[in-house]
Design a protein around this ligand. Sequence first.
Ligand SMILES: [Zn+2]
Length: 138
Amino acid sequence: MKNMKKYNLKCPYCGAPAICRPASSVYGADTIDRGSYLYVCSRWPACDSYVSAHKKDRKPMGTMANRSLRQKRILAHQALKRLQKERHMNKWAAYVWLQAKLGLDESQAHIGMFSEQMCEKVISLCRPPVKPGGGMAA
Ligand SMILES: [Zn+2]
């Protein structure tokens, strides 16, 4: 642990510093991976903001998010996955497609870094086109 890089994160919602805590201290009985860590707002649970950390070096996986943003990011990931499946793309191709659509480069096109607005954009981009003549496809 001595050589581990320190990541000083600040909560984007309230400005309080984030603390690296075991995921189980936030998820409790719902913890899937007991060895994983999160950066959690020091005002948690009053301020519901956190982000997962990489297990290897505890690098944050994106920016800290509250419940509503976390939900949006999950939906954006699902939308992109569905598109990837429909178009028979691999994950890499799906991200290249997303980068082109959003005008972002590789380092920016990470759903874990997106705002709610960006997530909504991803979701609408991935939505299948509405058939002409109206009516939703089943
Ligand atoms: Zn906070």
